[in-house]
Design a protein around this ligand. Structure first.
Ligand SMILES: [Mg+2]
Length: 126
């Protein structure tokens, strides 16, 4: 079953890396957004199965965008994974308190990315 994923990243490099991974390794249809407001609008249009949300974003950060998505019954059931370079004590708690369902640490580790996404997506058979 084809799954749709919304990738929210203001870094073109990270956006492209995630799009390639999702399209080539998993059977995904990928939509992208480059800031938090665009993300909120896109989720309503695309109705994705999964959102990968950068935390540091222009216009509206990923924490604020995720709070909005999780407060709306129409979008609250969509899993949102944070993409974050934060690694200090309390960061994970803060992300989960904002409504994120989990997180992927940056810089990305390909094996860990695959492992985390496997729970949400179907991997293309080799
Ligand atoms: Mg960023």
């Amino acid at each position: 079953m084809v799954k749709s994923v919304l990738v929210v990243e203001d870094s073109e490099t990270n956006r492209q890396l995630l799009c390639d991974l999702l399209e080539k390794v998993f059977y995904c249809t990928v939509a992208t957004a480059a800031d938090g407001q665009e993300a909120v609008d896109s989720v309503k249009n695309v109705n994705p199965d999964l959102v990968l949300m950068d935390v540091g974003l222009p216009v509206m950060d990923g924490l604020a965008a995720t709070k909005i998505l999780k407060a709306d019954p129409a979008t609250s059931g969509i899993p949102v994974l944070a993409l974050t370079g934060f690694s200090g004590a309390g960061d994970e708690e803060r992300l989960l308190a904002s409504g994120f369902d989990g997180f992927l640490a940056k810089p990305f580790d390909l094996a860990k990315l695959l492992e985390k996404m496997r729970g949400y997506l179907t991997q293309r058979p080799l």
